[in-house]
Design a protein around this ligand. Sequence first.
Ligand SMILES: Nc1ncnc2c1ncn2[C@@H]1O[C@H](COP(=O)(O)OP(=O)(O)OP(=O)(O)O)[C@@H](O)[C@H]1O
Length: 534
Amino acid sequence: MEEGTSFLFSGVNFNRKKFATDFSRFQNKESEKVVEDSSLFEIPKSEAEVEAEKEEPVVPVKKRKRKGQVSEGVEGISVFKTSKSAKAAKAEKEKPGNELTEQKKKLNRQLERDSLTRKKYDIHVSGNNIPSPLDNFSDLTSRYGCEPYLLQNLAELGFKEPTPIQRQAIPVLLSGRECFACAPTGSGKTLAFVCPMLMKLKLASNDGIRAVILCPTRELAAQTTRECKKMAKGNKFYIKLMTKELARNADFSKIRCDILISTPLRLRLAIQKKKVDLSRVEYLVLDESDKLFELGLLKQIDSVVKACSNPSIIRSLFSATLPDFVEELARTIMHDAVRVIIGRKNTASDTIKQKLVFAGSEEGKLLALRQSFKESLNPPVLIFLQSKERAKELYGELLFENVRVGAIHSDLSQTQRENAVDDFRAGKTWVLIATDVIARGMDFKGVNCVINYDFPDSAAAYIHRIGRCGRAGRSGEAITFYTEADIPYLRNIANVMSTSGCEVPSWIMALRKQKWKKHRPGRESISTQPKDEE
Ligand SMILES: Nc1ncnc2c1ncn2[C@@H]1O[C@H](COP(=O)(O)OP(=O)(O)OP(=O)(O)O)[C@@H](O)[C@H]1O
């Protein structure tokens, strides 16, 4: 099917042989018509159906049994029905009664422990037979045979304890389950998908690309590549970042590559040129998945997912914001996926102090910014604007102040963009003026303050922008300027603020909630020049 007309993931083949038992079950049900092309779509079950299934003995089919799959951790009583073959269940029945009771008791104790751990770390899960969360990183060895190099790298990075998303998402992925995960910004999602990936791949091989990570921007792809390399230190994996040059000219059949990290556009280009074979990919991650599922990127994602045709692939979606439509879309393509949510969905990190400031006008914003710099400039500071034109204007205004300022937006060359990020990371610049190009995923250590000079164009954009500070448990401050034009959308941001425990004036909470389409009002240019001189 040509990409232009395909619906997302419709190119993934239904493996009838592999799912023969399931398929025959569908065929037997007169009430359910199976449409061949939609076989991968998971139709949500009604409560009655779920209840009925509880009563019936479940056909013991293991759909995605993989080597080394561990199922010691379970969610709900269904484990007695689903995780054992009929033969094993019969044998178990024949065991002396007390042994069976002991096993059940043990299992129940484990379930209780899992549930307490999840409660403690605010982990919310749904799905069948969910593996137990990790108590600590050494569980990776005792439960999954993790190689020492990985634990050593974790220790060298100073990671003593897994973060909540790591506690649950790592065992899910290691058990061969697909997963969609939502956890706050700066909560360690990268390691949550990189660690199981390295453990699954075990060693470098000549088999071609076995893992793909897709990121929405080049900067994030480059950062993820660096993180992967850090975690893989001591193992000889070939980890490649898809550059423009590689996407255009490289023949991947001639390049050793175990793990490929790319933006969707570049990978699609390589696929179209038939220079990359993704049929052996065992592990696919869509990072910042809600961004990837936005209209502009959907076609590119579609072609990548189709090209990853290995039927036993494990796909996972990670983001700090997971709108319902992405979940719904994901459900239709993922098989027996586990959903892992940390805290409440679509909330900001609670370590960020958030503030709304009425700036009145564009001129007011500039005055407020200068004032705040004068009173307390606490670098590093990130300032977000709604367009590259406005980012350039503000850069021009601040350049001659006594502040070391940098800028990043899509009009800069690749090298200039890299330099802007590197200089900010190295502390050469104190203030980085940016568009949303770095709003997601970028991990700048120790950003103290994020200023939304221009009001964000969605609640998700707000959460990601301010999430550049307050990472990995550190505190941070987020200031959002607003003008009259932004007032209709204030309530949406106020909701995010109050959910994460920040105070919001009651008049804002009393505003009507708006259905929010992208909000990018025309704004006066940023300038201190009196208007008649312009
Ligand atoms: N177990 C851990 N202990 C301490 N720090 C950790 C741990 N895991 C990750 N980190 C650190 O936390 C920071 C944030 O991690 P990461 O960039 O993966 O966050 P994220 O959840 O992907 O954020 P975003 O939603 O913004 O993409 C990084 O600096 C990372 O090194």
